[in-house]
Design a protein around this ligand. Structure first.
Ligand SMILES: [Zn+2]
Length: 207
């Protein structure tokens, strides 16, 4: 997979992300946050079977088939809460408010449960793992946090934003030269907010 997805087939775990795609591997962070679609009212992590399948497909939780799979309910809760925490992290790229303890708590749980380790690749590079796919959800989510860390280091993180429509909050990758993109999709979200503001202004004008 190259960093440029133009003209390429999307991985199956990202097939629900149609527009303004982040480069790999940041696309995985975007696709994870966008499993919740407020606009359509859908959530790929709502139902255990669908959530288990999506997390496995994305390499975030691929249990050893030779080992009994421990309960999924606790993992499902952590996945949803960590998604909200990572969404809050993305929000900080454009909004100045500091993260709250509620934002950070699920991510700290991930850090407490995961087992980070240094790994030496065949290319001689020393890297922090685990790499994806991961056996446990905590290791998979730590893999996401490491992708975020790398994106923060190379500057691509600042282009990953949340849609400015408070009813949407879709994570999108701003490829605009000015880096001032504010909407996941101008035709729908941006216009919807503009029309709402226009109506509010008209309503505020005394007759
Ligand atoms: Zn939007």
């Amino acid at each position: 997979m190259t960093a440029n997805l133009n003209g390429m087939t999307l991985p199956s775990w990202a097939s629900h992300v149609e527009d303004k795609l982040a480069p790999m591997p940041l696309l995985l962070v975007q696709a994870f946050v966008d499993t919740l679609d407020r606009d359509l009212g859908t959530d790929k992590l709502a139902h255990p079977d669908e959530a288990r399948a999506w997390l496995a497909d994305a390499g975030l939780r691929v249990p050893d088939p030779d080992q009994p799979d421990p309960g999924f309910a606790d993992d499902l809760r952590l996945a949803r809460e960590a998604r909200a925490g990572i969404q809050a992290l993305i929000g900080r790229t454009t909004e100045p408010e500091p993260l709250t303890p509620d934002d950070l708590a699920p991510l700290e749980q991930v850090l407490g449960r995961a087992q980070p380790r240094l790994e030496i690749g065949v290319d001689g590079r020393v890297r922090l793992g685990p790499y994806l796919p991961a056996r446990t959800l905590a290791d998979g989510l730590l893999g996401l946090l490491l992708i975020i860390r790398d994106a923060q280091a190379d500057g691509s993180w600042d282009r990953l934003k949340l849609c400015g429509n408070p009813d949407c909050r879709w994570a999108f990758y701003d490829r605009s030269h000015s880096r001032r993109g504010a909407w996941c999709e101008m035709a729908s979200c941006g216009n919807r907010v503009k029309n709402r503001n226009l109506r509010a202004r008209r309503a505020a004008v005394p007759a």
